[in-house]
Design a protein around this ligand. Sequence first.
Ligand SMILES: [Zn+2]
Length: 182
Amino acid sequence: MALARSHALRDWASAQREECEAMNRQKISAFAPDDEARFWSKVDKRSPSECWLWLAALTPGGYGRFSLRGTLLTASRVAYKLSHGAVPDELDVLHSCDVRACCNPAHLRVGTAADNARDREGRNRHQHPGRPKAWRKLAPDTVRLIRSQAQLYSTREHARRHNLSYDAMRKVLNFITYKEVV
Ligand SMILES: [Zn+2]
């Protein structure tokens, strides 16, 4: 009996993880002004420092769920896109506040799945910092994102966020690598 329950729990947990991963990979496009107004009407907007909670449906994992012409989208990812611009496909939208239903753009940032895991680990007391990579292939959108945020973070912080060595990130930022990406 206990065994059956633990199997059921595991199935539920993996279904939840797959759902979140699928939602995180989705492309968000074709947002009409009406859609945008409808989206923000479901967000409890507060001061910039507070969490802005999603007032409509949640995923089993606790993320806000927004339906756009039949496609289910993750609310925090939509909030990020509407406020800060596109999210590169390979990156996740992460919550600095650790509140999954939060849609306050000031609490959202993009990062790699590795960042996400590290954040989660950090919150769960142990840290297993992955060895930063001297070379890791970056998608052109990611390179553009990094360069567009060049003034926002230090080279060291950019490197940490993308799991690259300091030197590799310095080369990305200075157009020594990815010269062809403009
Ligand atoms: Zn928040």
